[in-house]
Design a protein around this ligand. Structure first.
Ligand SMILES: *[C@@H]1O[C@H](CO)[C@@H](O)[C@H](O)[C@H]1NC(C)=O
Ligand SMILES: *[C@@H]1O[C@H](CO)[C@@H](O)[C@H](O)[C@H]1NC(C)=O
Ligand SMILES: *[C@@H]1O[C@H](CO)[C@@H](O)[C@H](O)[C@H]1NC(C)=O
Ligand SMILES: *[C@@H]1O[C@H](CO)[C@@H](O)[C@H](O)[C@H]1NC(C)=O
Ligand SMILES: *[C@@H]1O[C@H](CO)[C@@H](O)[C@H](O)[C@H]1NC(C)=O
Ligand SMILES: *[C@@H]1O[C@H](CO)[C@@H](O)[C@H](O)[C@H]1NC(C)=O
Ligand SMILES: *[C@@H]1O[C@H](CO)[C@@H](O)[C@H](O)[C@H]1NC(C)=O
Ligand SMILES: *[C@@H]1O[C@H](CO)[C@@H](O)[C@H](O)[C@H]1NC(C)=O
Length: 504
């Protein structure tokens, strides 16, 4: 406990007191973005002075300098290849400030709500995960404190966990408090990349996407200021916890959020989420002197489960809206994004509530498959489970052909069909279970007999429930059984005869 308390530092942000220093999120043991991008450094000092930044470490680097404008300086380093450690010295007039043990690698920003905030000490096998943390001296963590602001800030109000050090005995204590999904994502990525990774956690439980979005992004979706609880006030976390980070060069972002929108502006999430991603990309690109890519990779976790046997559509709707109603990513609306499908990882007995499943290892691992394919261009990495590419129907069956080999367990009710005529005894919904009657390596056939002529099937959907299956026991997986088929809903196009859908 004392380790953690000692780790909470206050960034003193009296702007322009003239003291030379770095902005709050630059510190000893940090990771700066490696080449081909250029790292951006900034801080405070005496107006009118010139600031010179020099590096000492394994590879000689050129010195960069910049003037101080309104008490703020900013330099863009020449590209530095992955590695370290470096000391980074900023000098101005007769003062110098030094960051020691700085590594160059890739920076990933980790955002969202409580499932991103969920700590490594809370996952299954937490003690092994924490013991393993010391084996990753090139994985460094930083966490912004939870703060709100009504205006866009240039620096963080407070730092929760400063950049962690490699040999520090406090490291497992720091990782214990750090986001499990972010840490595990970094760990699996390090095993793959083998160079330093900096993880920046900036998230807050129970928060809707509106809080993390700029007013411009919200306007695109017709979202107005809400009168609800403070955390739901539009843009307050964008202002205090994201905007200050724009000046740092990053490689990409991962995001675990959406639960708080399952009953809050959920019909807009197919607009608000893609709009937030586009807006963050534009803002980080501008803020970093164009060093952060204008289309930086953005990965996210499709919602897990919350309430067993629930018929509420909130979670299924958000899962669908997380893909801009396409069902998979990347897609033309959400370019360079990747997703981990996780609705098959429920946790009935989670002491943190069923909305917080403890298996974050599978969540993070699935996400790293997408990162390898989308963020690092590795070819032939399968990162999403089977998705329909062709659907056709007769009066008695619906045939779904998938884009990959499927591993199928029969189910009577995870697929559902919608009939064109509402029956008198059906008060709520025309959706009815459609049993799997047959399958082969790449297709599944469903019974459509529930809709007897002249009634016909007008739509089919898969796993459209908050909690569709038991742990890793959904009916459709990839051949290797690592990746669950994502949920989908497809309407029959009345003009297209019996062929519903003929491409991805
Ligand atoms: C960085 O500074 C520390 C402390 O002043 C010193 O011990 C270390 O040798 C320096 N490292 C490099 C690479 O210059
Ligand atoms: C820097 O030098 C000036 C004048 O030479 C002096 O007044 C000032 O106190 C010095 N500042 C520091 C931080 O040493
Ligand atoms: C810990 O590290 C060891 C060796 O690197 C590895 O075999 C083991 O699976 C890791 N444990 C966990 C829980 O990841
Ligand atoms: C978003 O979802 C809502 C509600 O389901 C729907 O009415 C709307 O057409 C969708 N918008 C887009 C852009 O897909
Ligand atoms: C950081 O980025 C913001 C947004 O682009 C910009 O307004 C601000 O001037 C930048 N800060 C510094 C210190 O350059
Ligand atoms: C959910 O439904 C199943 C099947 O009807 C039932 O066995 C189980 O007890 C229900 N669970 C809860 C928590 O309601
Ligand atoms: C926890 O560890 C056990 C034993 O090594 C392993 O079988 C299980 O998959 C691990 N759980 C998670 C979520 O990693
Ligand atoms: C589904 O239709 C395709 C042709 O479109 C066929 O090759 C496949 O065998 C059918 N699947 C099943 C399970 O009958």
């Amino acid at each position: 406990m004392s380790v953690i308390c000692a780790a909470i530092i206050f960034a003193s942000l009296r702007c322009c007191d003239g003291n030379l220093r770095f902005a709050s999120y630059y510190g000893d043991h940090m990771v700066l973005q490696k080449s081909p991008q250029r790292a951006v450094l900034w801080g405070y000092g005496t107006d009118g002075a010139q600031v010179t930044v020099s590096l000492s470490g394994p590879v000689p680097q050129k010195t960069s300098s910049a003037p101080m404008t309104e008490g703020i300086w900013q330099v863009t380093l020449d590209p530095v290849v992955a590695g370290g450690p470096y000391n980074v010295t900023a000098a101005s007039q007769n003062s110098t400030v030094i960051l020691t043990d700085v590594l160059f690698g890739d920076i990933w920003l980790c955002g969202g709500q409580s499932n991103m905030y969920f700590k490594t000490s809370q996952v299954f096998n937490a003690s092994e995960e924490l013991a393993n943390a010391t084996k990753y001296p090139h994985l460094r963590t930083f966490m912004a404190a939870l703060k709100m602001s009504d205006t866009e800030l240039t620096d963080l109000i407070q730092v929760k966990l400063p950049w962690s050090g490699p040999t520090s005995t406090a490291l497992p204590g720091v990782v214990a408090e750090f986001s499990a999904v972010c840490w595990l994502f970094g760990r699996y990525m390090y095993d793959y990349l083998r160079y330093p990774i900096g993880l920046v956690e900036s998230c807050w439980g129970g928060t809707p996407v509106e809080a993390w979005s700029s007013s411009g992004a919200l306007q695109k979706c017709g979202l107005k200021q809400s009168e609800d609880s403070p955390k739901e006030r539009n843009s307050v976390l964008w202002n205090a916890m994201i905007h200050p980070l724009l000046n740092m060069t990053i490689y990409g972002a991962i995001w675990y959020q959406g639960e708080a929108n399952a009953d809050y502006h959920q019909d807009k999430y197919n607009c608000s989420f893609p709009a937030m991603i586009d807006d963050w990309r534009k803002a980080f690109h501008q803020g970093s002197q164009e060093q952060t890519a204008h289309d930086f990779p953005f990965g996210f976790i499709q919602l897990d489960t919350y309430r067993i046997n629930s018929t509420d559509d909130g979670f299924p709707d958000i899962r669908w809206h997380q893909t801009a109603d396409v069902g998979f990513v990347p897609n033309p609306v959400m370019k360079k994004t990747f997703m981990a499908v996780t609705f098959d990882l429920p946790d009935k007995t989670s002491p943190y509530g069923t909305i917080h499943p403890r298996d974050k290892q599978d969540v993070a691992y699935r996400l790293t498959l997408g990162a390898r394919a989308v963020a690092y261009d590795e070819e032939d990495v399968l990162f999403l489970g089977p998705f329909p590419k062709l659907i056709w129907s007769t009066e008695t069956v619906i045939n779904i052909t998938y884009d990959q080999v499927v591993s199928v367990t029969p189910s009577k009710d995870i697929f559902e069909i919608c009939c064109s005529v509402k029956r008198p005894n059906e008060s709520k919904s025309q959706w009815a279970p459609a049993a799997i009657v047959n399958w082969d390596p790449t297709s599944i056939q469903l019974s459509a007999t529930y809709c007897q002529p002249p009634d016909e099937v007008t739509a089919v959907r898969y796993a459209w429930r908050d909690w569709p299956c038991d742990f890793k026991a959904c009916p459709v997986y990839s051949a290797s059984r690592i990746l669950p088929a994502p949920p989908f809903i497809v309407n029959k196009d009345p003009g297209e005869g019996n062929i519903w859908k003929s491409s991805n």
